[in-house]
Design a binder for this molecule. Structure first.
Ligand SMILES: *Cc1c(COP(=O)(O)O)cnc(C)c1O
Length: 727
């Protein structure tokens, strides 16, 4: 034990180190780092979306230095900074052994949204979460990787429910100085400025860098004084505005993104188009090559060799289509820079290139210009092959070159502190190292390693945390609406109740209110005092989706005015933080999309590592993961052609599974009060879902199947064979 004061130079190093740490999102998946920032200012942490950069502004430099004089605090900080540096410098990564070439020529991953953390709200939903989790895993694996997206100054909207139970939207301005992002500078230390042709103008953009462990993600931003006001606002909001804004955002993302990488001296070996939004990047790659003297055909072929496209939805509205007039208007300048007939360029986005009235579809552009394409689950691969078969008239649907890689989640980014502490106690400090492997999760099947009683206690702790979180949030919601019965919020929900969660975007195909289709039946279930059950809902509808808003209204109405009152709540303003609380605390994670429209889904993957069980339609990832022992299935591995029939049957099946399987299993307790069968299912869910449905497995598959040069690449446009289910 030394009582020496800590040297000023050591304090300096720590202050510098903490500032560097706050600007690298590595801290969002390191528990010790998060605990430290929280402790520096607990209220600030809670009120400012758990923002490490904001905490370092909230705590004065003087306070920080004084608190670092405390030897225990100093040791903790030094330990965190050491493990941060060890992470950044580790030479023995997976990619160093399996994909070293990307270190110099990285994978460039373009996505209109990235969900990294609640403090940087530039994602609308699952697509963004996937992009964020992909980046975190690429960093963990040591893969050479850069991301490209837009800096949305007003982010995605915040949701407030008005007294009519109708969703309203408001926006807050993000302040770059208070965010874990850094301006991208040129050699002279000034902001790097790039330009991209939009309509008849030359639009300027700057860029921000997000450090995500070892990976960098660049966010383009047109909010510069030299731009006309309407172009300054191009990057204002995630999917904001009308089709014109949308096509222009996509020009900035695709074309501007390539130009930014060039300006930074980054020469990617692969361009990964995450959804069609980024597909204009291929036009810039073609332009570059033609400027070097290639013919259009040669430039297209060379571009194709570098591009991979991932399609994410069979829902029609998920595929951007722009009218020929809009394309002529928005692409005016860019089309003139590519020395080829406009009809040839527009043809790249059409099923029938000769049809001048056919809208330009970003998915078609991506499919025609990528070396390979994939869907995000086995079923979605099948559906996509059928959907895009008309693009390949000489092939049957089965021969359409769209494979699949099933989505995953970044486990450490989603795992709640309570569960991390549990593993640390079991396995010691080094527990995180193998968290993505089957061997790690296999242990949970062993009752010697963890008893039923311990697992049940863990579930109770997590449910308690969720109930308390929900009470706090509902109290805040109630205050805003002027409710005065605050005591009531302390008694809201029941910690002993079977807690069923549903949270995601309120796109109508996800059918949020489906479980209430059999309302009388559900009311009967919740009225049984010996078997308490409760529902927690959250989610945002797109600002222009009135049908989705009606779903929200319907659910909140039921929570206030039906016999479900007290057994059903809606938490406002769904974000990653709410998601983390809910996937951890709910016993059952409900997922009832209209099959086969949920291409994969990922939220259910986040619940399994916490001991939550999925209750889901056999669509997307769950169709692959469900094995009869690790959760619950609604209906069969098939669906009728009629939507009305499907909705009716699924509603009935859902009520039946709840009634006959879920509820009896949860409340079937032995003499010691333990639900043995339920806990067996928890063990099976943890052991089967977590090691398979994570982004380490996913990114490794992208590397080996798609990013690495493929041995037999056939000529365009048919290059990738359908790929069998995950090994
Ligand atoms: C995981 C997640 C999603 C995706 O949920 P799905 O059920 O796959 O649609 C959307 N939003 C947030 C905040 C998430 O964390």
């Amino acid at each position: 034990m030394t009582l020496n004061p800590i040297a000023p130079s050591e304090i300096n190093d720590m202050v510098v180190g903490l500032n560097r740490l706050a600007r690298n999102l590595w801290w969002t998946w390191d528990q010790e780092a998060q605990d430290l920032f929280q402790e520096l200012s607990p209220r600030g942490w809670r009120n400012m979306f758990h923002n490490a950069v904001a905490i370092l502004h909230e705590v004065s430099d003087y306070e920080l230095r004084v608190r670092l004089q405390d030897a225990a605090m100093a040791r903790r900080v030094q330990k965190i900074l050491q493990s941060f540096d060890r992470y950044l410098e580790a030479p023995d990564t997976w990619a160093a052994a399996h994909a070293p070439q990307f270190a110099t020529h990285p994978v460039a991953y373009f996505s209109a949204e990235f969900g990294f953390h609640e403090t940087l709200p530039i994602a609308a939903g699952g697509l963004g979460m996937l992009a964020g989790d992909h980046t975190k895993a690429a960093s963990d694996l040591g893969l050479g990787f850069v991301g490209v997206s837009l800096f949305y100054r007003e982010g995605y909207f915040m949701q407030a429910i008005n007294p009519d139970n109708w969703q309203t939207e408001y926006y807050t301005l993000l302040n770059p100085k208070n965010l874990p992002i850094e301006p991208v500078l040129n050699a002279r230390g000034e902001p790097l400025i790039g330009h991209v042709g939009v309509a008849t103008s030359q639009v300027a953009f700057q860029a921000w860098r997000v450090n995500v462990g070892r990976a960098s993600v660049y966010l383009l931003d047109t909010n510069l004084p030299e731009n006309e006001p309407h172009y300054r606002d191009l990057t204002l909001r995630v999917y904001g505005g009308d089709a014109t804004t949308r096509v222009m955002q996509e020009i900035v993302l695709g074309v501007g993104g390539v130009r930014l990488l060039r300006a930074l001296g980054i020469t990617p070996s692969v361009f990964h188009l995450n959804e069609g939004h980024a597909a204009f990047l291929v036009l810039e790659l073609i332009r570059e090559r033609m400027a070097e003297g290639m013919t259009f055909e040669a430039a297209l072929a060379a571009t194709r060799q570098q591009c991979l496209f991932t399609t994410h939805t069979p829902v029609e509205a998920g595929h951007d289509r722009f009218s020929p007039d809009l394309m002529h208007f928005a692409m005016h300048r860019l089309f003139r820079q590519i020395k080829v007939h406009q009809a040839d360029l527009l043809g790249l986005g059409r099923l029938d290139p000769a049809n001048e009235r056919e809208p330009f579809c970003m998915t078609v552009l991506a499919l025609k210009t990528a070396r390979a394409a994939n869907g995000v689950s086995e079923l979605h691969g099948q559906v996509s092959r059928r959907m895009w078969q008309p693009l390949f008239p000489d092939r049957t649907a089965a021969e359409v070159p769209i494979g699949h890689v099933t989505n995953g989640v970044h486990l450490l980014g989603w795992m709640k502190g309570t569960v991390r502490t549990f593993w640390k106690r079991k396995l010691g400090c080094d527990w995180e190292r193998n968290v993505n492997t089957p061997e790690f999760w296999q242990r949970i099947l062993d009752p010697q390693f963890v008893t039923d009683e311990e697992l049940w206690a863990l579930r109770y702790t997590l449910r308690r945390e969720l109930v308390e979180f929900t009470r706090r949030r509902l109290l805040l919601q109630g205050e805003r609406l002027g409710r005065s019965d605050f005591i009531a919020f302390d008694h809201l929900l029941n910690v002993d109740a079977l807690t069923i969660g549903f949270a995601r975007r309120f796109a109508t195909y996800k059918r949020a209110p489906l479980v209430f289709q059999q309302l009388a039946h559900i009311v009967e279930l919740v009225k049984d005092p010996t078997r308490p059950i409760q529902f927690i809902f959250a989610g945002k509808a797109h600002p222009r989706d009135d049908d989705g808003k009606r779903f929200i209204q319907q659910i909140i109405h039921l929570s206030r005015y039906s016999e479900l009152q007290g057994h059903l709540v809606f938490i406002e303003n769904y974000d990653m933080h709410i998601a983390r609380q809910m996937v951890a605390g709910c016993d059952v994670w409900l997922n009832n999309p209209r099959r086969p429209l949920e291409a994969s889904g990922t939220s259910g993957m986040k619940t399994a590592p916490h001991g939550g069980l999925n209750l889901s339609i056999l669509d997307g990832w769950w169709r692959e993961a469900y094995d009869g022992t690790n959760g619950f299935a609604i209906g069969e591995d098939s669906h009728p052609d009629s939507i009305e029939e499907q909705d009716r049957r699924d509603g009935e099946n859902l009520a039946q599974v709840l009634n006959e399987e879920v509820i009896p299993c949860f409340f079937n307790r032995d003499a010691n009060g333990i639900p043995r069968q339920w806990i067996h299912k928890i063990r099976r869910a943890m052991a089967t879902v977590a090691p398979q449905y994570n982004t380490w497995r996913m990114v490794q598959q992208y590397v080996t199947r798609y990013y690495l040069p493929q041995p037999q690449t056939r000529p365009a446009p048919s290059t990738a064979d359908p790929i069998p289910a995950s090994p």
